[in-house]
Design a protein around this ligand. Structure first.
Ligand SMILES: Cc1cc2nc3c(=O)[nH]c(=O)nc-3n(C[C@H](O)[C@H](O)[C@H](O)COP(=O)(O)OP(=O)(O)OC[C@H]3O[C@@H](n4cnc5c(N)ncnc54)[C@H](O)[C@@H]3O)c2cc1C
Length: 401
């Protein structure tokens, strides 16, 4: 079989793969891209939420076609704090993501090979399960999350029900965290996204040490919450989603700063490259950031941009490792220093800080002063536990024993 050739190959038609294809094809009219997807469904069946301010400023207009719902503000609720934050909140989904790349598929510049598993993924070529070989100026690996021994994780787990109610449900804006619910085995909160007056996503979320999720028990708690807290009696469930997202507590520095693979490995995108917010496990803003890096490298190094993309993305991963250091520290405080049923106090205190700081936290652009503000004051965790978990390397050493 002769090689199939393209300018760029992306393995994985999930969030990061399609966002990168979309951005690069929008900006570079001469580019052609192949995306290889193992499943039959391109773009999966997901919703992805984010603060508008999480997105690089110059891409906030560009991302708009992806947005299915947008709200001007949202609420958080804790036993001792209720607050409204005037931060624009957005949600996109698999349908809007597919619609964003569709014009490029129709123009023939984006070829999506679904139902096709890539077996061997190299920096400049890919071999498929039928032994077909594809080559390109560079290959990007967007195959989704893979755990490894150099990273210590906690988990954010959730079950969500999208419900259609017979009468208006009365929730006017998103409730990003309702932590007034019973705390069970970790930090628990319910997340509500009102898509319309009669359609709402209600998600029961747990920050716990292990990844196991008893989803039927969570289904039953969701039913109670919908009845008792939202006061909704007549409804049907139109969609159910389950998620187990990694929350990073520590990364081995040697692994986090390793760029030795820049010439021997494909560039990584999305969860497989560790590109998610360490505290929330959310990856959309990072997917946009990585897409921007790839796009800029193509621009600066046309027409032979391949090696430059691989090089820059290897260092982008190192930057991400350093940028998330403080977030990993906060996770160690949340998961190891606080008692499981008192973890909510860390967030209750955090949401008392300024709105600008909260935005910068989700954007992962905290200033030194912000970090001080988060750490000083009466700590909601025992001081001895906090001190014990300060050092990332000592923590890793203990966890590995
Ligand atoms: C239920 C749920 C809700 C989430 N909600 C949010 C949210 O609201 N906001 C947010 O920012 N993040 C959210 N996340 C986290 C994260 O953004 C998503 O997991 C996101 O889809 C990750 O993007 P990705 O491109 O890294 O991986 P994925 O989207 O998982 O895509 C990986 C793709 O690679 C394909 N693949 C794997 N191996 C191969 C192979 N060998 N050959 C070809 N194809 C292959 C897979 O089939 C898949 O389609 C959520 C996650 C889940 C699970």
């Amino acid at each position: 079989m002769p090689d199939i050739k393209a300018d760029m190959i992306i393995v994985g038609a999930g969030l990061s793969g399609l966002i990168t294809a979309w951005r690069c094809l929008d900006v570079h009219p001469e580019l052609n891209v192949i995306v290889i997807e193992a499943s039959d469904v391109v773009g999966g069946d997901h919703t992805w939420s984010f603060n508008m301010s999480d997105i690089l400023e110059h891409l906030q207009d560009w991302i708009k076609p992806f947005i299915a719902h947008q709200w001007d503000d949202y609420d958080v609720k804790f036993p001792k704090r209720k607050r409204r934050l005037e931060i624009t909140y957005c949600t996109g989904n698999s349908d809007t993501l597919r619609a964003c790349v569709q014009p490029h598929i129709e123009s023939g510049r984006l070829k999506v090979m679904s139902g096709t598993q890539a077996l061997d993924v190299q920096p400049y070529h890919v071999v498929l399960e039928n032994e077909q070989r594809l080559s390109a100026k560079c290959v990007l690996d967007a195959r989704g999350f893979k755990p490894n021994d150099d990273v210590v994780l906690g988990y954010q787990k959730f079950v969500g029900h999208v419900i259609r109610t017979q009468h208006p449900h009365g929730v006017k804006r998103p409730i990003i965290m309702d932590a007034t619910v019973e705390q069970l085995g970790g930090y628990r909160f319910v997340y509500c996204l009102p898509y319309s007056e009669t359609e709402i996503l209600v998600e029961d979320t747990y920050y716990t040490d292990g990844s196991e999720l008893k989803s039927q028990e969570v289904d039953a708690r969701l039913k109670d919450y919908i009845r008792d807290s939202l006061g909704v009696k007549n409804y049907s469930i139109t969609r159910r989603e389950i998620g187990v997202l990694p929350i990073t507590l520590a990364v081995d520095e040697a692994f986090g700063t390793d760029v030795s693979g820049e010439k021997t490995e494909p560039a990584k995108l999305g969860m497989t490259g560790g590109y998610y917010h360490a505290v929330t496990g959310y990856s959309l803003p990072e997917a946009v950031k990585s897409a921007n890096v790839v796009c800029d490298m193509i621009e600066k190094n046309k027409p032979d941009f391949g090696a430059a993309v691989l090089h820059e993305m290897a260092y982008h991963r190192v930057d991400h490792y350093h940028e998330e250091k403080f977030l990993r520290l906060l996770n160690r405080m949340l998961f190891r220093a606080a008692k499981p049923t008192e973890r909510y106090k860390v967030l209750q205190r955090f949401y008392g800080l300024s709105e600008g700081l909260i935005e910068r936290f989700y954007r992962n652009r905290l200033t030194k002063l912000d970090k001080l503000r988060i750490l000083i004051g009466k700590p909601p965790v025992p001081v001895s536990n906090a001190l014990k978990n300060l050092s990332e390397s000592a923590f890793l050493e203990r966890e590995r024993k």
